[in-house]
Ligand binder design. Sequence first.
Ligand code: DP6
Length: 361
Amino acid sequence: MTENDFLPNVYQEFPLSGKVTWRAPSNIALVKYWGKKPVQIPANPSISFTLDTCATTTSVTFTKKEGNADFSFDLLFEGKPKEEFKPKILTFFERIVSYLPFLKAYHFDIDTSNSFPHSSGIASSASGMAALSLCLMDIEKQLDPTMDRTTFNRKASYLARLGSGSACRSIHGSLVEWGIHENIPQSSDLYGTEYPFAIDSVFKTYQDTILLVHKGEKQVSSTVGHQLMKGHPYAENRFQQAVQNLDSLKPILASGDLEGFIQLVESEALTLHAMMMTSMPYFILMKPDTLEIINKIWKYRQESKVPVCFTLDAGANVHMLYPENVKENVQRFIDDELAMHCENGQYIHDRVGKGAVKIND
Ligand code: DP6
C-alpha cells in the first residue's frame, strides 16, 4: 500500500453532530524504534507488546461549523482545559487533513484522560494519538459507511503514526510489528500490523510491571532523541541489528524460549541507551536507581531461576517483563526489594492486552 491509498472516498453523508469515544492502550517495545526519516518513517522495524491497564480514553464531540477555512477545536485533559497540548494537536491535524478532509468542516471538543497517574513519566503519546486517531476514523466511518474493518484499523494506525511513531502499534493487540521487514509478510513502514507468526501461549498473558523510578518530564523528548541517530557513528549497525533481532525473535516467540527472549529484550533496552550515550550531544537517561533495579533483577533471576527480565524506554523507568505463572513471586520481590527504588514507592502492574476498544456512551 502507498500513502495515496489512505486518501478518502467521496463522503456520502455529513451528520450535523455526534460523539465518539475510544480507549487505546500504551505499548512497550521489545525491539525498539529509534531513528526516523521524514515523515515518521522508521529507520528500522520494531515490535511491541500491547498493554492493557495503561491506556488513554478520548471522546470527540463534533459539530458542523460555518466555513471550511480553519481548524476549530477545544481540548480537555483529565477534565481541565489544556492549552499546552493544543499546538501538538494542531500540527497533527495539519499533517492528516489531506487524509481526513472533514477536519475543517467541524468544531471538535476533545476530552481525553489517562488511566495512569499524570506525569508518571510514562509516555502517553502512543495511547493518546492512537485513541484520537480511532475517534477521527470513527467519524470518517459515519461519513463513509462503506469502509471495511481492515481499512478502518489500518488507516487508524497510519494516522496515529503521523502523530507519534510508536502510536501506530497501539491499535491492535497483543504483539504488533511496524516497519518493513523482508521476512515479515504484510509489514509496512506506514502502519503497524499484528505479528503474523506463531506465538507461544506464555507470551499471550505476559506481565509488565512498570517501576516509576523518575516521574518528571523526560530529559530528552523522543523527537530530539530520534534525531540523535542522524549521523550517529553506530546508526547503520544498529538499524541492521534491529532487523536481525526481529528474525531471531521468530523462533523464540514460537517456542516460548524464555532464555532467548530475556537475552534479546535486555540487549535491545541497553542498546537503546547505548545509542543515547554515544550520540552527540550524549545523554545518560538511567538514574542510579535504574541501575540498582537492573542489578537486583539479574541477581534475583540467577538465584531464583524465575524468568523475569527488564526493558527500558527512553527514560529512567524500568519495565519488568515476566510470565503470568511467576506473578506472585515477582510481585513479592518487587515489594520487598524494588519498590524502595521507585519515586514514592510507586509502580504499575500491567499485562499484555488485546488492543483498542470503542466505548459506547
Ligand atoms: C524508545 O514514538 O515516542 O519508546 O515518533 O517522535 O513520537 P515519535 O517517537 P516515539 O518513540 C518511541 C521510542 C521508544 C521505542 C519504541 O517505542 O519503539
